[in-house]
Design a protein around this ligand. Sequence first.
Ligand code: ADP
Ligand code: ADP
Ligand code: ADP
Length: 214
Amino acid sequence: IRMVLIGPPGAGKGTQAPNLKERFCACHLATGDMLRSQVAKKTKLGLEAKKIMDQGGLVSDEIMVNMIKHELSTNPECSSGFILDGFPRTIPQAEKLDQMLVAQNRPLEKAVELKIDDELLVSRITGRLVHPSSGRSYHKVFNPPKVSMKDDVTGEDLVQRSDDNADALKKRLGAYHEQTEPIVSFYKKTGIWSGVDASQPPKTVWSDILKCLG
Ligand code: ADP
Ligand code: ADP
Ligand code: ADP
């Protein structure tokens, strides 16, 4: 499958993407995780991106498009398909992605939007815990790890993201509505859009996603 997952911060993209990766043997590219790995390595890009991410802003289209281009062409897991999570986030990113994929004769097949009201996202975001090296996410209340603050798979520490606070979330939601939501109409026009009610429990969201793809 070749698809993108669209949705505001906390909608459940990172929760559902691993299901898709396993079901379709595709790669899962999460641009937020890729950026956070650059931050952890203190690369030049990481140091610049951290400031923007902590303020709830968006990293430049040029950087993000190059990052996805590089990963799609060098990651062998992506040759059988891909799930993009957190990309595209702007109309220029969506246009560049389209051009690139059409030129490679592997156009996008599906854009699934995880739809949810802003009010529900505050508790999801402020309770989120992540395992940095895998990107796995948990929730203090809704999906607690088996052992407190430890990843179920590796036993390593879970952390709270520095941008997962109410203040940065407000700005991220602003950026989502202004800059990312327009890509929904972009994909509606090309006929590959489907919407799912992301306020439901994770299992129901997953079965609804499968219905869209079926
Ligand atoms: P995104 O990648 O879209 O930002 P995540 O998948 O990381 O969102 O989910 C955000 C938080 O909400 C996480 O703590 C996750 O455990 C929790 N979560 C995800 N899906 C649901 C759901 N359907 N119901 C309740 N909580 C959820
Ligand atoms: P969430 O899980 O809350 O949706 P992500 O982990 O996808 O957030 O992204 C975290 C931050 O990384 C974003 O707030 C933004 O600053 C930056 N970022 C990630 N992907 C992109 C992108 N495609 N374009 C611009 N900035 C991005
Ligand atoms: P790893 O060692 O984990 O493979 P890399 O240093 O290769 O990490 O980079 C991870 C991701 O960040 C890759 O997709 C790469 O294209 C992207 N990246 C690294 N540096 C830059 C940069 N200066 N501009 C844009 N993308 C970059």
